[in-house]
Design a protein around this ligand. Structure first.
Ligand SMILES: [Zn+2]
Length: 333
């Protein structure tokens, strides 16, 4: 078995609404631009390096944000091999007994999506997560420390000739971190699986709108603004499936359902603006889980919450009435 530390750089479409992304049928969230990797010997010293830029097939312009962090330009990749050729070279370089180590699961998820998108047949070698093992070593397994954070932890100084966000340099730094870890072979207890990458357009999954609320929450909740709210995906107005439950002093949440896009939250937040006017902000947001069992359970739970809230209200009302009745008559209030 030979440890190989891997790092990638990738590009993204200019927008997720544009033709480039649609042409890829939404199946290529990030297009790889560079594969960087180092092979380690039995002493965990670097004994070989793989560095390959990749010519884009989908997103020909490099997103300004990506260019800024990676320093990779369109010219740099113009004459590079296409993905399939680059991957093939990497696959052969890894050899039969290579295992891959990466910092977190992003790289492997992007790699996996590119391999599928470009129809490559050879599967990646097994992959293990150094970031997760590092979290375990420092006693906070849930924490996702950055590579820089881990370097600081082991007092590894960056080399001024090796800038970050270059796949080869990041692989080099990751290998240095790995060589500092105690019981490095225990990283094999942290296998990684690629996640499916899907684009979640936040703007398309929420709506925000503001309404004057001078008459208070109870009055606003009765209005159409609160009772018929827009689906966060298509904007179609739908009635509530389960009414507003108070959640905190100025916040109320209800459930609504669009026939086409499923269950969403309708949230009201009451606040006072700069002109000292009371306002209600309404946000609708799609709920991620949409299978029918989940949806019906969620609605039932909500109705339950509502009835608890109603009971509390009713009890308070009755208590007030009892108090009133208990007061001696004839007294002015
Ligand atoms: Zn809808």
């Amino acid at each position: 078995m030979q440890f190989i530390v891997l790092d990638l750089e990738w590009n993204q479409p200019m927008t997720f609404q544009g033709g480039g992304y649609r042409a890829a049928h939404g199946k290529l969230l990030f297009e790889m631009l560079q594969i960087g990797a180092v092979k380690l010997d039995s002493e965990l010293q670097i004994c070989d390096t793989f560095n390959q830029l990749i010519q884009p097939s989908c997103y020909f312009r490099i997103h300004p944000h990506i260019r800024k962090i990676t320093q990779i330009t369109e010219d740099d990749v113009a004459d590079a091999p296409l993905f399939a050729e680059a991957y093939n070279a990497f696959y052969n370089w890894c050899g039969e007994d290579g295992v891959l180590l990466t910092w977190g699961c992003d790289d492997i998820s992007v790699f996996d999506q590119n391999i599928h998108y470009f129809g490559c047949q050879q599967p990646l070698p097994p992959v293990y997560d150094l970031q997760q093992y590092f979290g375990q070593l420092i006693g906070s397994p849930k924490e996702r420390k950055s590579l820089k954070g881990a370097m600081e932890y082991y007092q590894i100084d960056p080399n001024e000739n090796k800038s970050f966000h270059n796949a080869v340099n990041d692989a080099y730094y990751t290998a240095l971190v790995f060589a500092h870890m105690q019981a490095p072979e225990k990283v094999l207890s942290f296998p990684l699986k690629a996640r499916t990458l899907v684009h979640q357009d936040r703007r398309k999954r929420t709506t925000v709108s503001v309404h004057r609320a001078s008459r208070g929450p109870a009055a606003v909740i009765k209005t159409q603004f609160a009772q018929r709210t827009p689906c966060p995906v298509c904007g179609k107005l739908s009635p509530l499936s389960a009414g507003y439950v108070k959640q905190g002093s100025d916040r109320y949440t209800a459930l609504a359902k669009c026939d086409n896009h499923g269950l969403y939250y309708s949230r009201l937040h009451f606040y006072t603006d700069e002109q000292k006017v009371r306002q209600a902000e309404r946000v609708t947001a799609l709920i991620e889980e949409q299978n029918s069992a989940y949806v019906s359970t969620k609605i039932l739970q909500w109705q339950n919450k509502l009835s608890v809230q109603m009971d509390e209200k009713e009890q308070k009302k009755q208590a007030r009435e009892l108090k009133k009745k208990a007061k001696p008559t004839g007294e002015t209030t």
